[in-house]
Design a protein around this ligand. Sequence first.
Ligand code: IMP
Length: 493
Amino acid sequence: MAKVLTNPSHSLKEFRILPGYTPKDAKVQDVQLETRLCRKSGRFIELSSPFSSAAMQAVTGVDMAISLAQLGGIGILPVSQTIREQCSKVSQVKRFKAGFQTDIMTLSPSQCIADVLSIIKDTGYTTFPVTESGTFHDKLIGILTDKDFDERRDLSVQVNERMKTDVQFGTEITELRAANDLMIELGRGFLPILSKDGVLQTVVFKKDLDKHLRHPNESIDEQKRLLVGAAVSTHAEDRERAQELIANGVDVLFIDASDGHTEYQGEMIDFIKQHSNTPVVGGNVITSEGFRFLVDAGADAVKVGMGIGSGCTTQEVKATGRGQGTALIEVGKTRQDFAAESGNYIPLVADGGISGPAEMAVALALGADTLMMGNFFARYTESHGSLMRNAAGEIVKEYWMEGSMRAHNMRRYAQTKENFFEEGIAGYVPHVGSIFDKLPTIIQMLRATLATAGCRNIQELHANAVLEMQSPSALLDSKIHDIVPMTLDQQVL
Ligand code: IMP
């Protein structure tokens, strides 16, 4: 007979954190959000903020991965692309060096302005180095910007007739401060850096540099390169993908499977472990048995969550899944028991159903070390989904689930063309601007939660947080009630 658990499972949204005694050194600005992403060679990969972007096409591309690593988190590049594309993105993130760019679009002198216009339209770039052959690592002969030509008259004119040739540049600069000082001295927002014989090495944009100086808590490896992760499936053909990603310098592999408690997953973890010491995050699981299985298989962290992603239909079509609050409580308790038995700490990644700061705080308090989010990150300019206009005329961001027809990621759900059914939908989320403007406020909110709970860091939150389930009426009280929000068109009489 089936075993039936009659206690309902609970969502993160049902819990609130009770205040604890706040010592003086748990002041909001002193609270640390450093966290452990996964084990690595007897230690841990650490992040200064507990964020990971979901391994989803709509969420993580190069821009998101770089931006999130600059802000102290990590981006996970999705498996639903060719091995080549995924590896190229890994190396673009690894090559990005705090404002020093090596991959920007360059022009050849014989291209015509019509070409340039279409590049500007496709990419949004407006400043282009011109090199002898048109490729990046070649002799720089000029700079063309969108201000250097007339887009009606010059369509058939060649780039070399309009480019500026009196280019100001730096020579063999590798230090950020030196590049910054030179840009200030020259009054420029863009600086090409050349080798002694005039070959373009990198370019520096002041706006990128400013970002770097403003965000000193980047996630970096021993060689000061940004951290990046990538997803692999459990399918045997992805063994090659895992090896290629490792060869391209990926810092951590995330196994992308809706159900991680499978023999396939055990075999994939085993394969990766036998061929490298790159850490592997296993998942997804929602039970104590699932956690133990992944840890026995060698996982360096465990991803928790099933059926609770914002656009996920798994629970409706398959009736499998669990409230994320309950999943974290059960797996968190097993993680603690395992640590007591073995002395090994296994970080948990809470994956799915986390779209706002309250859910983030509760997931952390229930034992998560890192928060993996799709919907939340899809809203930022830096996400991979396109901007679009909805029927009401608002600018929104496309967001589609990996189990949707739109994603065409059938392997994630062990499906084929013939037996495909959707486990998620395609839709959109509000566009909220740049991650650089908004994430610092979210970080501040989390710090404030920890301070109120009397905790100085995430470890103390795990150990000391007191959470309470709320009744439906208590939850109503916890939202805005009995007041109509003021809008700009209202006036005091
Ligand atoms: P969100 O942050 O609530 O939008 O959830 C994102 C998470 O949902 C991802 O990290 C995946 O674990 C999961 N996910 C992605 N696509 C699907 C799907 O199509 N069905 C079910 N879960 C999905």
